[in-house]
Design a protein around this ligand. Structure first.
Ligand code: URA
Length: 435
């Protein structure tokens, strides 16, 4: 096969057949196709797109480009969730233990990644718990899923190697924001993860890849189509990411907030979305009607069984569960600063993108793949959308390891808050559910 001819074909918007797609994905995984030809192919896809059939074939080839996870030794239906990424998104730490605690025979065997950019990924958040390990071998991973009902491990290097190469190229060739490329990238990792059911949280807003609800819905439909073509049950929630999810942004701070939700001490959009995702995981797994699934999740939350399940999972992964049962144990950075309101007003917006940039400047995110992360750094929003603040009242507290970082982040964060005289209309966290 000739890669130049395949790039030419895609450049003109013609569909590639299965053998051609397989050739490109294999060449991406084993290095036989050079970067410049892959980059040209990616740009051609950006301009001319891919049909649903091509996207599904591309995804299937990517999913099988490396090792896949065999979950056949796990008892019960396996449900996974995936968020397209947002600021302060710690729903995995809440929804996954709730699913296990609901005791409906649905288990969660989840592989997650580290964050690159504004905040950490789920693995970074979990690693703020002393002792906790995410580099688990397959037997340990499956053993914990069977015993506890939930386990969150790191993706191995050999999982979907074609995506690793293509994603790195997309990052440096302005080809990230293509719906078929995003859909194939996300879904290939979910397929390789081996679960029966996949619940997607597709976000829109300033802190998300997709800026509008319509774009997010179209991406969600594409991912659901891929899943169904490849034999998986897929549901998607289209959710708001104009503002951060919850009040905490930063790894250890987010774990503490997840514990607060699981112990009934925090509500709002974070609790609402986490419960909705957990409900959808049970429902898509066929546990019962949506109403009964919602009741099971609500009972797991109210009874504290969800929090206990997270503590059990942390202990099984080598972490100290005392931090989950008593989150004040997490060390807090003493280098901190409060951002004060310049006037009285209602908070109309806390721009997610600006909060994410400020958190990254504090050390809570990574500027490059291997950069270190400060688990204690981050932001606590003292006021969020829809709340009132008096002039001189606290808007946010910033945590870092140096005054320089606080200075940089404070300047970025000051622009994130928009205050107004009138109470803003309430907004929906969940715009739509697709199943
Ligand atoms: N997340 C992924 O895993 N891949 C993308 O392309 C975008 C977000």
């Amino acid at each position: 096969m000739n890669m130049v001819a395949l790039i030419e074909k895609k450049k003109h918007g013609d569909a590639l057949d299965n053998a051609e797609i397989e050739y490109i994905v294999r060449g991406a995984a084993d290095g036989t196709i050079p970067d410049y030809q892959l980059a040209a192919f990616l740009m051609a896809v950006c301009f001319t797109g891919m049909s649903d059939e091509e996207t599904a074939q591309f995804t299937a080839c990517m999913a099988h480009s490396g090792e896949t996870v065999d979950l056949s030794a796990v008892n019960g239906t396996k449900a996974d969730k995936h968020s397209t990424g947002g600021i302060g998104d710690k729903t995995t730490l809440i929804a996954c233990p709730l699913v296990a605690a609901a005791d409906c025979g649905v288990r969660v065997a989840k592989l997650s990644g580290r964050g690159l950019g504004f905040t950490g990924g789920t693995i970074d958040k979990l690693e703020s718990i002393p002792g906790l390990r995410t580099d688990l071998d397959a037997d340990t991973f499956i053993g914990i899923v069977n015993r506890v009902g939930v386990c969150v491990a790191g993706q191995t290097k050999s999982l979907v190697p074609a995506d690793k190469r293509l994603y790195a190229l997309r990052d440096v060739t302005a080809t990230v924001d293509s719906a078929p490329l995003i859909a194939a990238s996300v879904m290939s990792k979910k397929l390789a993860g081996g679960s029966d059911v996949i619940v997607l949280d597709v976000k829109y807003g300033s802190g998300a890849f997709m800026k509008t609800a319509e774009e997010a819905e179209s991406l969600a439909l594409r991912m659901a189509d891929i899943g169904k073509r490849l034999g998986k049950r897929v549901s998607a929630l289209i959710t708001d990411m104009h503002v951060p999810l919850g009040r905490a942004v930063g790894n250890a701070l987010e774990v503490q907030e997840a514990c607060a939700v699981l112990s009934g001490r925090a509500g709002g959009p974070l609790a609402e979305l986490s419960a909705a995702l957990a409900t959808e995981m049970l429902f898509a797994a066929g546990a019962d009607s949506r109403t009964v699934c919602a009741d099971r999740i609500s009972s797991a939350l109210r009874s504290g069984r969800g929090l206990e399940k997270l503590a059990e999972m942390v202990e099984a992964q080598g972490g100290d569960p005392a931090y989950i049962r008593n989150p004040v144990r997490f060390p807090q950075s003493q280098v901190r600063r409060t951002l004060y309101a310049p006037s009285d007003g209602w908070v109309a917006a806390t721009d997610a993108l600006a909060v994410g940039r400020a958190a990254c400047a504090l050390g809570a995110g990574r500027s490059s793949k291997d950069a270190p992360i400060d688990h204690a750094a981050g932001i606590l929003l003292e006021r969020v959308r829809g709340e009132y603040v008096r002039s001189g009242g606290a808007l946010a507290t910033l945590f870092a390891d140096s005054i320089e970082r606080l200075d940089e982040a404070e300047a970025l964060l000051a622009d994130a808050f928009r205050l107004q005289d009138k109470k803003p209309q309430p907004t929906k966290t969940i715009y739509k559910t697709i199943c």
